[in-house]
Ligand binder design. Sequence first.
Ligand SMILES: NC(=O)c1ccc[n+]([C@@H]2O[C@H](COP(=O)([O-])OP(=O)(O)OC[C@H]3O[C@@H](n4cnc5c(N)ncnc54)[C@H](OP(=O)(O)O)[C@@H]3O)[C@@H](O)[C@H]2O)c1
Length: 225
Amino acid sequence: MIIGIIGGTGGQGLGIALRFAEAGEDVIIGSRSLEKAQAAVDRVKELLGDVKNIRAMTNPDAAKAADILVLTVPLEAQKATLLSIKEGAAGKPLLDATGPLESCIGGSATKYIDLPEGSAAERSQAILPEAKVICAFNNISQTWFMQLGEPIDCDCLISGDDQAAKDLVTPLIEKIPGIRVIDCGKLERACIIEKITPLLIGLNIKNKCQFGGIRITGLDRGRVC
Ligand SMILES: NC(=O)c1ccc[n+]([C@@H]2O[C@H](COP(=O)([O-])OP(=O)(O)OC[C@H]3O[C@@H](n4cnc5c(N)ncnc54)[C@H](OP(=O)(O)O)[C@@H]3O)[C@@H](O)[C@H]2O)c1
């Protein structure tokens, strides 16, 4: 499986690319600029050594070449970026990390923006109806991804309407040490998952840290009555 990180030159995309490359997966870092994508690949190689399983492409080429896509751009770039990969994304799982945060319109990153579609992931699905959009990676900070060698102490809450696509990406995401995937159901659940992100950002600010995350407990204990 080839993983294409669309907008993989920013903090979140680079971190996810780093961890998938470390796990031995074939990774493409996508960007609007091939030079910028190559600089991000060079950065990963600085951190991992001269690995061969990561390369640079423009976003449209990355979408065409990859089997699974990860979208890591700010909300304000979401629509234009998705339209630029429309052809390549058709029929493929697209893991959407987009955070609908008020900071996208000059406000606070601790506040959520209500979108007419219900969530950023549902907005992605409306823009690219032929992609299999899965809300993912919203609640894990780039700081965690960049701690190479350290298991990530976070669950990855996902939601999406295509069960086969979720079943395909779950073992892949869990190749990143420490992460457990929790399938939260249909894509309409994305608004709940996305709302946890500004909560975590606020907790990070309050506690002067960058590692705030979430674990769901008790799911394997069965019922008592
Ligand atoms: N950072 C985190 O810890 C974190 C955690 C959870 C969720 N998220 C979400 O993940 C997404 C990415 O976060 P990030 O911090 O990595 O974002 P970022 O660094 O601001 O941007 C990521 C990439 O998106 C592209 N981009 C930025 N502005 C653009 C524009 N106006 N038009 C087109 N492309 C643009 C750029 O790629 P090129 O210039 O190379 O094309 C940029 O390198 C966001 O939606 C965020 O809410 C982030």
